[in-house]
Write a protein that binds this ligand. Structure first.
Ligand code: NAD
Length: 325
């Protein structure tokens, strides 16, 4: 009897959330204030990370900027300060566990307060065919895009849980929900990032830590240079062009500020996610061929080979951690 009542309640809840989310897709729900929050952004030296820093700061948050590239990160800090915001830049290699824990301690000591929003944004891609890809590049992708999530969350989640207040944001990718050829390192790391994030979200809810929110952001290709040259069929690209970074961050911010658990940008990319789950593998393969998604990474790899013949910057090139205000 109790089972049947629970089942009925569960079904009603399922319907309620479907209706609520449909309404939310049309009517803008109330956004939360982040004024005074301390927001830590990894990979803040460029691309999306720099824009996230600008957007959070614009809304009254103070930003802690983590990047392995000290010069680029300092530039982000300067831009935030010039716009009247407060930024604290630290040089950190997020793939190095000890580095993450040590600098997290420095942040707590230097600022005397806890990080309340963590945006795991740093990411890399090898951009080589698997059999031509040096092992250390593959390892770096997995360490930066996946392992680092464990270390940063372990460093900052305890205080969020104690206060039952916070927000963990993971910038994954649509390539964490469906895949394509020649980005094995990236897809493996982003599928892992999605799995990590969702498991964490379930853990927080199961424990009743519902004041700590989570948002998983899965963007399609963004014009930041990371996937420079990647091309799908021209006619399809007219419907699904690469995203402008500002649009991507705008959409992600909207999701974060309404505590939305998952956002795919643009919405059209929910389709391949669904078709991967629902259609036979071969149906997806022919769709990929039609759209030119099967070989979309070929021009990207050619371009990457030309620009960086030696591949990614090695993690051992990371400069020692330092901070600037
Ligand atoms: N650009 C795209 O097409 C695209 C698409 C989907 C998802 N994403 C994801 O969005 C995030 C941001 O991408 P982006 O396009 O802004 O990339 P980007 O290359 O412009 O910026 C990435 C930043 O991460 C930093 N970084 C790299 N390794 C690091 C390390 N070990 N420690 C600390 N910082 C490190 C870099 O210095 C750089 O400032 C990434 O996680 C990426 O995978 C990007």
């Amino acid at each position: 009897m109790i089972f049947l009542m629970d089942l009925q309640m569960m079904l009603l809840d399922v319907i309620y959330f479907i209706l609520r989310n449909s309404v939310r897709a049309v009517l803008r729900p109330r956004i939360k204030s982040i004024e005074g929050e301390l927001v830590l952004i990894t990979g803040s030296g460029g691309g999306l990370g720099r824009l996230f820093a600008r957007e959070f700061s614009k809304r009254g948050a103070e930003v802690v900027l983590w990047d392995v590239d000290a010069t680029a990160n300092e530039r982000t800090a300067r831009l935030v300060r010039e716009a009247g915001g407060k930024a604290y830049a630290y040089t950190v290699d997020v793939s190095q566990r000890e580095d993450v824990y040590r600098v997290a301690d420095s942040v707590r000591k230097d600022l005397g307060r806890h990080v309340t929003v963590l945006v795991n944004n740093a990411g890399v891609v090898a951009g080589r065919r698997l059999l031509e890809c040096p092992d250390d590049l593959i390892e770096t992708t997995l360490k930066v895009n996946c392992h680092a999530l464990f270390w940063t969350v372990k460093a900052f989640l305890p205080q969020m849980k104690t206060q039952n207040h916070g927000h963990i944001v993971t910038i994954a990718s649509v390539l964490g929900l469906f895949s394509t050829a020649c980005v094995e390192d990236y897809c493996a790391s982003k599928f892992a990032a999605v799995g990590f994030h969702e498991s964490l979200a379930h853990e927080l809810l199961a424990e009743g830590a519902d004041g700590v929110k989570t948002t998983l952001v899965c963007p399609y290709i963004v014009n930041t240079g990371m996937f420079e040259g990647c091309r799908i069929r021209e006619e399809v690209e007219m419907v699904l062009p690469p995203l402008e970074p500002e649009y991507c961050v705008d959409q992600a911010m909207n999701a974060i500020l309404i505590d939305q658990p998952l956002v795919c940008i643009p919405r059209l990319t929910y389709l391949p996610f669904l078709s991967r789950a629902l259609l036979p593998w071969e149906s997806n393969v022919v769709t990929y061929r039609f759209m030119g998604s099967d070989k979309c990474m070929y021009p990207f790899m050619d371009a990457k080979k030309k620009h960086t013949p030696n591949g990614l910057k090695s993690v051992s090139e990371a400069v020692p951690s330092q901070q600037s205000r």
